[in-house]
Design a protein. Structure first.
Length: 128
């Protein structure tokens, strides 16, 4: 069993890819904006050649701009053309952008599992 891993550092972001046995994960950290969104799309396009299933882990992104959203659409097209199934795991910033720019849920999203400590408090009415 061999795991292949690569790193790409660019302005305000880092990308990491690892894959084995047709399954891969690309992770992004930092900020995704006009300065580096094309690099992410190109990086994923290179990694897709090694996968049948891809997870795009965006939980490390603190910011994503509209150029990042365009890159996600390009990734969707590349994966579709290569017959690669994929889904992204968004950070809070990415989820916020998707609610605005992708309200119909066209892009495949797997929401991250949250620990019990990260749940919002639920108010319970006082009993009389």
């Amino acid at each position: 069993m061999s795991v292949t891993q690569t790193w790409l550092k660019c302005e305000n972001a880092e990308f990491n890819a690892q894959w084995e046995r047709g399954s891969g994960t690309v992770s992004a950290y930092g900020e995704l904006d006009a300065a580096n969104a094309d690099l992410l799309a190109e990086y994923v396009a290179r990694c897709v050649k090694h996968c049948h299933w891809l997870t795009l882990d965006l939980t490390g992104l603190k910011f994503i701009g509209t150029a990042g959203f365009s890159a996600l659409h390009r990734i969707n097209v590349v994966c579709s053309g290569a017959d690669v199934r994929w889904a992204m795991v968004p950070s809070l910033a990415v989820s916020r952008l998707l609610r605005i720019c992708d309200p119909d849920g066209v892009l495949p999203v797997n929401e991250p599992k949250r620990s019990p400590q990260s749940r919002l408090l639920q108010l319970i009415p006082e009993s009389s």
